[in-house]
Design a protein around this ligand. Structure first.
Ligand code: RNT
Ligand code: ZN
Length: 422
């Protein structure tokens, strides 16, 4: 493949689509407006920098695989992230977790975090024109060991976590102030039980109370916004999750917060795509964690599954893309970690491009006319339209390698950098 063939193939594809009433240039424009929040935690298996020997993450999160080259320091993680970002077309964001602070020379427990601890990240981001998003880390900590944090029966434990999340919201606002775009602070907690509890009510009541306390200091929404992430079950919380979808749906709707839907946090046959229109009818915005569960919430690298394509179709209709915050959330140590970022991010963007190139006007007309046969034929036929040629052209315009040509750079980085980390 060379640049000449990409341009030639694109021109043919452009005409093909134009003939079918689809404007590829307009699709480029819309796609370029999409900013993915790229999760720092893919680079080190959700380890963080609080201890040099960051062990298993806890909280039911599980990373498997032994690929060499896991980032051990902030600099290594930043260098890996920078390479990944340079291979993903478009302008994207970086999503940090509280345990990734710069604690060198000023160790601090979770209830003592300051914007200071993230100053080196903020600087790194500013130098690259990147915006940051943020997450409280309510796991991988002795006080999360019981499986309860914000809903813990002990007031002192709850207070510790309340203070942590409050501080994380302040750190988020400090990012927002610096970057001129609101930092999304997402809250996920592991709280739940292995066995069905007799009392399902009290932990939820306590969680509601903790959240009210956390959100009592308000922050300017131009600086930071809050999202709440539900879960169906986890390792160790198989039978009961305090922050269920219904819990947060009620809370977020009642308190003017944003929901975060993680693609791995629902029953396997439940469609997150189907939830988008229902939620956006009642909420101004929606956050999404793009993940891929295989049989369970396994956090596999995102690829172009039917679930992702379905979601992409929903998101690209009627200007909804402007109302969603898209974040990657998966962790795989069984393959090159930099490649994992690139594969997932490119899969999301490609799925969005494919959705933008779908003959949605014609499909809607056929649907409205009740022509189910014509509708199904067009929908199936359009699946093999030449989207790949359009994608490659998009990559070139955004100065990133098309097709699989980015892999060369990752392989060379693996040989020269990752393999040398011991
Ligand atoms: C866990 C949630 C949560 C985490 C990150 C690390 O099930 O998906 O979003 O993956 O916060
Ligand atoms: Zn998630």
């Amino acid at each position: 493949m060379n640049i000449k063939t990409v341009e030639r193939d694109y021109e043919a594809a452009r005409q093909w689509y134009a003939f079918r009433d689809v404007d590829t240039e307009k699709a480029f424009e819309t796609l370029a407006s999409v900013s993915l929040s790229v999760h720092c935690w893919q680079g080190d298996d959700v380890g963080g920098f609080e201890k040099s020997d960051a062990g298993p993450q806890g909280g039911g999160l599980q990373v498997t695989g032994e690929a060499p080259g896991k980032a051990r320091t902030i600099e290594e993680l930043q260098s890996d992230l920078a390479l990944a970002l340079s291979l993903i077309p478009g302008k994207h964001r970086v999503n940090l977790h509280a345990m990734y602070g710069d604690f060198r020379g000023r160790p601090a427990d979770r209830d003592a975090l300051e914007p200071e601890h993230f100053a080196s990240w903020a600087e790194w981001a500013a130098e690259r024109g990147l915006s940051l998003d943020f997450n409280a880390t309510c796991f991988s900590h002795p006080l999360a060991g019981s499986g309860f944090t914000l809903s813990h029966p002990d007031r002192a434990v709850r207070d510790f976590w309340i203070e942590h999340v409050k501080r994380c919201r302040e750190i988020s606002a400090s990012f927002g102030r610096r970057q001129g775009s609101p930092c999304l602070h997402n809250l996920w907690i592991p709280d739940g039980a292995k066995e069905t509890p007799t009392d399902r009510w009290s932990p939820r009541e306590r969680l509601r109370e903790s959240l009210d306390e956390i959100f009592s200091p308000t922050h300017d929404p131009s600086l930071m916004k809050d999202s709440l992430e539900s879960k169906l079950f986890g390792i160790g919380s198989e039978s009961y999750v305090v922050g269920s979808h219904e819990f947060y749906f009620g809370y977020a709707l009642g308190r003017g917060k944003m929901l975060c839907l993680d693609l791995g946090h629902f029953h396997p046959t439940e469609s997150v795509a189907d939830k988008v229109s229902a939620i956006l009818l009642f909420f101004p915005e929606l956050a999404l964690h793009l993940s891929r569960g295989v049989r369970w919430d396994s956090d596999h690298v995102v690829v172009q599954t039917e679930a992702l394509r379905d979601l992409a179709s929903e998101l690209t209709l009627d200007g909804r893309l402007g109302r969603v915050r898209l974040a990657l959330d998966y962790f795989d140590a069984s393959l090159n970690r930099v490649a994992a970022w690139v594969i997932g991010a490119r899969a999301v963007l490609q799925a969005l491009l494919q959705a933008l190139l779908a003959p949605s006007r014609s499909l809607r007309a056929l649907e409205a006319a009740g022509d189910r046969t014509g509708w199904l034929v067009l929908r199936e036929t359009s699946k093999s339209w030449p989207c790949g040629a359009v994608w490659d052209a998009y990559c070139l315009r955004k100065d990133v390698p098309p097709s699989d040509m980015w892999l060369e750079q990752v392989r060379s980085y693996e040989a020269h950098v990752l393999d040398r980390r011991t």
